[in-house]
Design a binder for this molecule. Sequence first.
Ligand code: BES
Ligand code: MN
Ligand code: MN
Length: 463
Amino acid sequence: MNAVQDNIQANKERYLEELLELLKIPSISADSAYAGDVRKTAEYLAEKLKSAGAEHVKIYDTAGHPVLYGDKIIGDDLPTILVYGHYDVQPPDPLDLWDSPPFEPVIKKTDRHPEGAIYARGACDDKGQMYMHFKAFEAMMQTDSLPCNVKFMLEGEEEIGSANLETFCREYADMLACDVVLLSDTSVIANDTPSITTGLRGLSYLEVEVVGANKDLHSGVYGGAVANPLNILSKMIARMKDENNRITIPGFYDDVEVVSDAERTEMNKAPFDLNEYKQFLDIDEIEGEDGYTTLERTSIRPTLDVNGMWGGYIGEGAKTVLPSKAEAKISMRLVPNQDPEKITQLFTEYFNSLAPASVKVKVKPHHGGYPAVTPTDTLEYKAAHMAMEKTYGKAPIPQRSGGSIPIVSMFEDVFKVKSVLLGFGLATDDIHSPNEHYGLFNFYKGIETIPYFYKYYAELKAK
Ligand code: BES
Ligand code: MN
Ligand code: MN
């Protein structure tokens, strides 16, 4: 194993340079103006995959952005790891809140990252984390120590809901057959507190529209006599949670998995400092569902949040207007046993029922996703545990995450295998926010840990 680790140490600087190049390509999947850059990113990665030693490297077109595949099969009797990652990124807006341009990566030292962190959109989510797998693979290839088969599947549509990945997986199910899926797209608790993600929340995302009069009106001439859709939408949204911050949609909690007291006690042992948390966010008080801790609220409990809301006049100065229309984007994070389609249905019925006769309403569902839980009593979990313990010098803690990666449950469906969520980011890395960054410590720790996962996994499977 030392040969691999020595190889990694000797090539660290080059890894970083290559990642910086990758981060310069603005692979924003949500904005069609960047479709060419999304493809360019796949092409850049295809070259890197080939030079690392992968075979059958190919960019597969889909109805949306392409999927990149490559593999290295060294023995039919050996287990196969399918590495998943996404090379698309979130839009960087609002641009003026970035300290440096999002696609001109810079390295800065901070208190939290004394070794330095890379600032760029996608640095952590997921280019930086995905690229760790390229370099770990390359190091194993260069030292002739790849212990099992590996397949890479990298998509360019994760941030917009992976609409075409399921079709791709089903179409190429034979090519993609594997024993386990390995991905790094989550976080650890802290750099001195390693953890393995054992759960992801599901998602139901929709857009709503409330329409009053057939045009914008003078708010003096008509105000007070005709419905104001913005006022009404605000009221309808406010009614979706009660005074204890419980969601009021009838049936919403019916299927929610009840987590045992023992498990709750266990999960609350994870280090968490509320004061630090408030300080990081610059808030005087937190807010959430009564009866649950912050760790529970962001992992085992579902949520309902407005992600954006608009209508009426939002330009400079004051314009007296009674808007004709109000709109909002609303997301619900779901926990095990909740079905996104059923939740969308329940939301729609309730939303319609809350609307007064003075307005017309519409609900348009967007992408959704099922929650996922990964068991801790599997060989792959054990291998991940051993690998992290080896490189961090400390046993990792299992932790459920609040984020969503809907394709994890899809993989279970299609490939009939579990995933290992071996993430190395920090919750404070500002993913999806301005000034996203990824610690160099985290980047290198990931590259060092991954080969141990391969090794332990292959050994445990051989037993
Ligand atoms: N990598 C994130 C999900 C994540 C982040 C999981 C941190 C755990 C910890 C992923 O790229 C993401 O942003 N997912 C979206 C959902 C997707 C359908 C757009 C999310 O969670 O909002
Ligand atoms: Mn991601
Ligand atoms: Mn993301």
